[in-house]
Design a protein around this ligand. Structure first.
Ligand code: ADP
Length: 416
């Protein structure tokens, strides 16, 4: 079965075509047939596509909106010269999986898209005003282009965290406010945390119920998740992705009073303050240099820039704090798993985070840590480390494709 996986941002579209079915999922034998990215939709768009075993196709052309971008992708996919194995026409795409950022309290697992589901996703726009409309644009366009005969599935970033208990997801604000407006922690990066937990089970041979781990998705956006008995019981992102760890441009945890104070001092609107907290804070805000961790590390190593070092130290400090908090609430923690751009590629950051955690039973092996780069899945802790430490590359697209297959074929979904 060829699944077209679509991940729409406000001005970008990412896609993969994955050849998969139930047997291939069980044998972990799926194949990526093609993938691509269109950036700057709405102006001169930048295109990078790649079919399996072929050189990348790059181009720049104006694409008006998401529908035009999707049409462009489909034209490329089905062009005879593209030669994607097994894809000759639109009829060779058998199902579509859409990443949807916010499922609110309603969508606790992936679901086949129909009019009612679309209404449900629309109802969540208030909760994710930047993300859900973009995801919906991808859904509307795919329905128009592919028609009703191609099944479409929504996979939500929030679903995996729907297992969090009330004491974990509630904010300590009047309960009626939670009830009326659904103001609570939802958490994001759910497909990633779920995938890391699944790989951990494969590596260790442990069952879901026996898995007690902390997963660290450290990329441009970062979040930590406490997974107990295979279920998410706490995560660092909250009502929006702004809460929690320090990120590329987001501030993470902050006293909400700052918003009012800064708006007052600067004579700016609440929106302007949130724009600072979302887009000009975090690693970029502290270093004054970059939001890119690789560049930041280089800046520190080559020029000993003081604020680059401060940003690195603050980033690590915040992750450490969450590890401590999660070990405390989990009662039992067997492993910490690093993932995403920074977690998968940066021995410096992993070392910085793990340093001085020996008293918790966390000890990494420097040589193994140095080796774990470029998408390697491996254990990097010493044999004596009571809590094992792993590097596990994430693969959200694979989760999207697998859930799509399971939903379409009516197979039971692993909700966690
Ligand atoms: P997102 O998907 O959230 O945009 P990614 O998971 O791709 O982000 O991670 C991007 C981050 O990973 C960037 O800050 C980038 O600098 C960092 N990164 C990638 N490779 C390395 C590396 N070798 N060392 C340090 N950071 C790295």
């Amino acid at each position: 079965m060829n699944v077209f996986v679509l991940n729409c941002g406000s001005s970008s579209l990412k896609f993969q075509i994955i050849d998969t079915d139930i047997e291939k999922i069980e044998k972990d034998e799926e194949k990526i047939l093609a993938k691509g990215l269109i950036e700057r939709v709405g102006s001169q768009s930048l295109i990078t596509f790649k079919a399996e075993g072929k050189a990348p196709f790059k181009s720049a052309t104006p694409l008006r909106d998401h529908k035009a971008a999707l049409n462009y992708i489909i034209k490329w996919i089905t062009a005879p010269e593209t030669e994607i194995p097994g894809i000759n026409g639109l009829e060779d795409i058998h199902a579509i999986g859409h990443r949807v950022v916010h499922g609110g309290e309603r969508f606790k697992s992936s679901i086949r898209i129909d009019n009612e589901v679309i209404e449900g996703i629309e109802d969540c726009i208030d909760l994710a005003p930047l993300h859900n409309p973009a995801n919906l644009k991808g859904i509307y366009a795919s329905r128009e282009i592919f028609g009703p005969s191609v099944p479409q599935v929504a996979i939500f970033d929030t679903s995996f965290h729907s297992s969090m208990p009330e004491e974990s997801f509630l904010y300590a604000i009047p309960y009626q406010i939670y009830r009326r407006f659904k103001i609570r922690k939802y958490g994001f990066h759910g497909t990633s945390h779920r995938f890391i937990a699944y790989r951990y089970r494969l590596i260790t041979g442990l069952s879901r119920e026996e898995s007690n781990i902390i997963t660290l998705h450290l990329g441009n956006g970062s979040s930590a998740c406490a997974i107990k008995g295979g279920k998410s019981i706490a995560t660092s992102m909250g009502f929006t992705p702004l809460e929690g760890l320090m990120m590329g441009t987001r501030c993470g945890d902050i006293d909400p009073t700052v918003v009012e104070y800064l708006a007052h001092k600067e004579g700016s609107s609440v929106d302007e303050v949130f724009s600072i907290l979302n887009k000009r804070s975090g690693v970029l805000g502290i270093s004054g240099l970059t939001n890119d961790m690789r560049d930041l590390i280089e800046e520190w190593e080559e020029h000993k820039d003081r604020r680059a070092k401060l940003a690195l130290d603050m980033f690590n400090y915040r992750v450490k704090k969450y590890i401590g908090a999660y070990v405390a609430i989990m009662n039992k923690c067997d492993a910490i798993c690093f993932s995403a751009g920074i977690g998968e590629n940066s021995p410096v950051i992993r070392k910085g985070i793990s340093e001085n955690l020996e008293f918790l039973g966390i000890e990494i092996d420097d040589k193994l840590n140095e080796k774990a780069v470029g998408g390697k899945e491996m254990k990097i802790s010493t044999p004596d480390s009571r809590i094992a430490v792993y590097v596990i590359p994430t693969n959200e697209e694979l989760v999207f494709a697998r859930d799509t297959v399971r939903v379409v074929l009516g197979h039971p979904l692993p909700t966690r």
